[in-house]
Design a protein around this ligand. Structure first.
Ligand code: GLU
Length: 241
C-alpha cells in the first residue's frame, strides 16, 4: 500500500462541514494540505507525479443547506438535488482555491451509477479521469446529484468511491471517516476494540457494524464503508479505512 501510485481518497460530508452547517474551510484546507503534497504536478514541473490522487468528495448537499435557508438535510430527493446543485459549485470552488495554494488544478467529475456500468459512459469517464491525471490535475468526483434518480443513484459516496477505484484501476482506496477505523462494535461503547486488519469476509462474521453518521449531514456510516471495501477488494483494490 505504501508503494501505491494511483490512490482514490474518499471524504464524507461530516468531515468537511461545521457543526452549524456549511463548508468548513479549515478542514478542507487541512485535507488538501496532505493531498497536495502527493497529488498532481505543480506549475512548471515536467514529470508525472509519483502519486496520482483522485478525490471522491461528498458535501454538496451539506454545503447547499445554509445558502438555501434549510436548517437540516431535506428528506425528499428534489430538495436534496436542489441543495446539491447549489452546494456542488461551492464545494468545487473551495477545493479549487485550496489546491491553488499549491499551484494545483482540480477538475470536477460528476457521475451517476449508470456511468460506471454503461460501456460508452464508462469509457468516457475513464478517459477523462486519465487525462486529468496526465495533466497533473486532481479529479474531484461526486455523484451527479441533479440528474440522479433513485434508480441510478449510488446512494452514498462510499460505493461511488469503490466503483471509481475500480474504474481508474487504482492501487489503493482510502476511505476517510470521522471514526478512526473499523471497530468490533459501537466505538463509543465499552469493551470494543479496533480491528487492525481484515483479510476477507470471514474476519467480519462476528462484527457488529453501525450505520448513519452522528453528525446528520452524511448518509454512510460503517456499513457502507465495509460494503465499499468489499466491492473494491473484489476488484483487487486494497482499502484503508
Ligand atoms: N453526493 C452527496 C453530496 O455530495 C452525498 C452522498 C453521501 O452522503 O455519501 O452531498
Amino acid at each position: 500500500m505504501t508503494g501505491a501510485r494511483r490512490i482514490v481518497v474518499k471524504v464524507g460530508s461530516s468531515s468537511l462541514t461545521t457543526a452549524a452547517g456549511g463548508l468548513d474551510a479549515d478542514r478542507v484546507d487541512a485535507l488538501v494540505d496532505v493531498l497536495a503534497k502527493h497529488a498532481g504536478r505543480a506549475d512548471g514541473e515536467a514529470e508525472r507525479p509519483v502519486k496520482e490522487i483522485v478525490l471522491v468528495s461528498s458535501g454538496a448537499i451539506a454545503a447547499g443547506l445554509a445558502p438555501l435557508g434549510l436548517a437540516r438535510r431535506p428528506r425528499d430527493l428534489a430538495r436534496q438535488q436542489a441543495a446539491a446543485s447549489v452546494g456542488q459549485g461551492l464545494l468545487v470552488a473551495r477545493y479549487t482555491a485550496s489546491f491553488a495554494r499549491y499551484g494545483r488544478r482540480v477538475g470536477q467529475v460528476l457521475l451517476t451509477s449508470d456511468d460506471t456500468s454503461r460501456r460508452a459512459h464508462y469509457r468516457n469517464a475513464y478517459r477523462t479521469l486519465e487525462q486529468l491525471l496526465a495533466m497533473g490535475a486532481v479529479p474531484v468526483v461526486n455523484e451527479n446529484d441533479t440528474v440522479a434518480t433513485e434508480e441510478i443513484r449510488f446512494g452514498d459516496n462510499d460505493r461511488l468511491a469503490a466503483l471509481v477505484a475500480h474504474l481508474v484501476r487504482a492501487d489503493l482506496l482510502v476511505l476517510l471517516s470521522d471514526v478512526d477505523g473499523l471497530y468490533d462494535g459501537d466505538p463509543t461503547g465499552p469493551g470494543t476494540s479496533r480491528i487492525t486488519e481484515v483479510t476477507g469476509p470471514r474476519d467480519l462474521e462476528d462484527v457488529e457494524i453501525g450505520s448513519a453518521g452522528r453528525a446528520g449531514v452524511g448518509t454512510g456510516g460503517m456499513v457502507t464503508k465495509v460494503e465499499a471495501a468489499r466491492i473494491a477488494t473484489a476488484a483487487g483494490v486494497p482499502v484503508v479505512l
